[in-house]
Write a protein that binds this ligand. Structure first.
Ligand code: 5AD
Ligand code: FES
Length: 348
């Protein structure tokens, strides 16, 4: 039997050093180790959340983006994207449909689109909060100033998703153009925390050039930030990017990391992501069975869905909101869990 002290240590202390995370990652294909981590992750998940799975209605409201992240299908430099924006009323209509289906959190996600000025964003947030006071609003609209984040918070936003993408400076450089920086991204995450948002960070598994040492850095950064939510999913190439010929990230490594993150941050809200479901037809169910406790089905109007293509072959682009809800509810039950109609705030 392998010497598993580093696994015992993670389970006992919920944190490790970088060298220890690297050592832990050596066990990623060791069946016994994977099984132990999974069992502990599921135990913690059940202790805090029972068999509940929280659901978030994802509204992809604009695919315009002023950024040019090299891995992303909707980056500004891709001329082959049909760009769209949803109006305030179209967004509200998505929420109405979602509310009827049982969603109590709406995630407004978009590219970094200057059309949505702070005032326009605040107005959309206030309109949703006025009509659905019992719902949480999560924003996922990229890097903004601390003042903008404050304004959105005062307008009623509760949570913010901003994946850090990679916590290694030179890896970050290789995935993004020179005008973006890891330092600014981290600053945004700390600003959001300070303002009282429930914050989500995260990264892609198997992004181009990623090493195990990079992943160890990502885990260390999560340990430092202590986010309420962590979004991880496999990298999937997009045909109109310089990474078109790269291979996709590993589903098994993603599952391994979901268990590790659940143990590091026992109360974390951890989605089984669409990217995971895209690479493996039962990817989301597998995610739930290794420690994930959130799913984020699509609420965007069907005619826009194919246009919000961050990577190739994204699932759920042809289904109506009700179909996704029904499909996901069956999938969650098949994994032994239960989809609930709650805001699903993070336990503190
Ligand atoms: N494959 C997988 N995930 C991607 N994202 C962007 N492009 C890709 C891709 N090609 C992820 C990023 C971003 C989130 C919204 O989607 O991590 O933060
Ligand atoms: Fe969208 Fe299954 S969740 S079709």
């Amino acid at each position: 039997m392998a010497d598993m002290t580093v696994i015992d240590k993670l389970i006992e202390l919920h944190n490790l050093s970088k060298a220890e995370y690297l050592e832990l990652l050596q066990y990623r294909e060791d069946e016994e180790a994977v099984g132990r981590l999974q069992a502990e992750a599921v135990r913690l998940r059940k202790q805090y959340y029972g068999i509940k799975v929280f659901t978030r209605g994802l509204i992809e409201f604009t695919n315009y983006c002023k950024n040019n992240c090299y891995y992303c299908g909707i980056r500004r430099g891709n001329p082959h994207v049909n760009r769209y924006r949803l109006t305030r009323d179209e967004i509200l209509e998505c929420c109405r449909q979602g509310y009827g289906l049982g969603y109590r959190t709406f995630v407004l996600q978009g590219g970094e689109d200057p059309y949505y000025t702070d005032e326009r964003m605040a107005e959309i947030i206030r309109a949703i909060k006025t009509e659905f006071p019992d719902c949480a609003i999560t924003l996922s609209v990229g890097e903004k100033s601390c003042d903008s984040y404050r304004l959105f918070k005062e307008a009623g936003a509760d949570r913010y998703l901003l994946r850090h993408e990679t916590a290694d400076e030179s890896h970050y450089r290789s995935l993004h153009p020179a005008e973006m920086s890891l330092a600014n991204r981290k600053q945004c995450l700390f600003d959001l925390k300070k303002l009282g948002y429930q914050v989500g960070a995260g990264f892609m598994v198997g992004s181009p050039g990623q090493t195990l040492s990079n992943i160890a850095e990502d885990l260390l950064f999560l340990q430092e930030l202590k986010p309420e939510m962590v979004g991880i999913g496999p990298f999937i190439p997009h045909h109109d990017t310089i990474y078109a010929e790269e291979k996709a990230g590993s589903v098994d490594l993603t599952l391994f990391l979901l268990s590790v993150i659940r143990i590091m941050l026992p109360k974390v809200l951890l989605p089984a992501t669409t990217a995971l479901g895209t690479l493996d037809p039962r990817g989301r169910e597998k995610g739930l069975s290794v420690g994930a406790n959130v799913v984020m089905p699509n609420l965007s109007p069907v005619e826009n869905r194919k246009l919000y293509e961050l990577y190739d072959n994204k699932i759920c682009t042809g289904e109506e909101a009700a179909e996704c809800r029904g499909c996901l509810s069956r999938r969650v039950e098949s994994a032994g869990y239960h989809l609930v109609e709650e805001r699903g705030d993070a336990l503190r």
